[in-house]
Design a protein around this ligand. Structure first.
Ligand code: HEC
Length: 130
């Protein structure tokens, strides 16, 4: 076998590895399954508020800004903008990041596992933009 034939599978393996997403990024498919615990209170579609506000257009949105949803004063006045770090902090400890917000009382457990939060946020990034 000529050396070039030996090299081909190795080259293909490296090409595949390079095409894979960075390992630090969340897994959106896992995140979708994790979102099951949020669905009772949150829809992803614009305009559909449930117990909590809809999450459409979440990234870059100011906390407490969905029209027609009755937020707590704590969330409305928090000055928080939703992006990777603020979502991570809110989901890690819903009662603590914005003290006095309503989700903290209803879902105090939050999402304690950091990789789960990473996966969930990767899913939200896709699903709330559509
Ligand atoms: C039992 C109901 C409930 C569950 C479960 C729940 N939330 Fe909430 N969530 C709320 C409520 C209520 C608010 C509004 C809080 C307020 O006004 O103080 C809220 C607010 C939020 C906000 C801020 C939205 C905005 O417009 O500022 C985000 C983001 C959020 N929730 C994400 C999640 C995610 C992700 C999950 C699942 C891991 C989840 N929530 C689970 C009830 C819930």
């Amino acid at each position: 076998m000529r050396p070039s034939h030996l090299m081909t599978p190795i080259f293909v393996a490296f090409a595949l590895l390079a095409a894979m997403p960075a390992s630090a990024a969340g897994d959106a498919a896992k995140g979708e399954r994790l979102f099951a615990q949020c669905r009772a209170c949150h829809s992803l579609g614009a305009g559909e508020n449930r117990i909590g506000p809809h999450l459409h257009g979440l990234f870059g949105r100011a906390a407490g800004s969905v029209e027609g949803y009755a937020y707590s004063a704590a969330m409305r006045q928090s000055g928080v903008v939703w992006e990777q770090d603020s979502l991570d902090a809110h989901l890690a400890q819903p009662p603590k990041f914005i003290p006095g917000n309503k989700m903290g009382a209803m879902f105090a457990r939050g999402v304690p596992n950091a990789q789960d939060r990473e996966d969930l946020i990767a899913f939200l990034r896709q699903a709330t933009a559509q």
